[in-house]
Ligand binder design. Structure first.
Ligand code: IDP
Ligand code: MG
Length: 139
């Protein structure tokens, strides 16, 4: 079983659709606790750095443009087996393939504008949380 922390972002599409509050409710109602939270507008440089692992992928420049197009909410979440259980809660990357009731099924527009980010490993959860929050900002 994995660790008890993961990292999420509410992406610009969900912020612009007034869905951020509903998504935060959904996360908390499914047993996660907020350990840090911040509203930020990433620069293109910051979004490029955050998603650098995808820089060879054809969707990279569109992803960077999208993620720097408006504010996001970044948050650290605590919950049992957090990385895996949060990815189950958000659903598949492509909302057309996401299970009913998942956050992406409910709120995402398409594979590019897919409402939320969820870390894919304990290691990346720590790295991604550190991108936005210092240790003392995480309760
Ligand atoms: P994940 O967010 O479900 O972990 P990743 O494969 O890590 O998915 O991709 C990171 C983000 O890049 C996705 O959430 C999505 O916003 C975007 N993305 C991934 N694949 C595509 C694609 O084929 N077209 C457009 N955007 C994509
Ligand atoms: Mg990913």
């Amino acid at each position: 079983m994995g660790g008890n922390r993961t990292f999420t972002m509410i992406k610009p599409d969900a912020m612009g659709n007034a869905c951020a509050g509903k998504i935060i409710d959904h996360i908390i109602n499914n047993g996660f606790t907020l350990k840090a939270m911040k509203l930020v507008h990433l620069s293109k440089e910051q979004a490029s750095e955050f998603y650098a692992v995808h820089k060879e992928r054809p969707f990279y420049s569109g992803l960077v443009d999208f993620m720097s197009s408006g504010p996001i909410i970044a948050a650290v979440l605590e919950g049992e087996n957090a990385v895996e259980s949060f990815r189950t809660l958000i659903g598949a990357t492509n909302p057309e393939e996401a299970d009913e009731g998942t956050i992406r099924k409910l709120y995402a527009e398409d594979i590019g504008r897919n409402a939320v980010h969820g870390s894919d490993s304990d290691e990346n959860a720590g790295i991604e949380a550190g991108f936005f929050f210092s240790a003392f900002e995480q309760v």
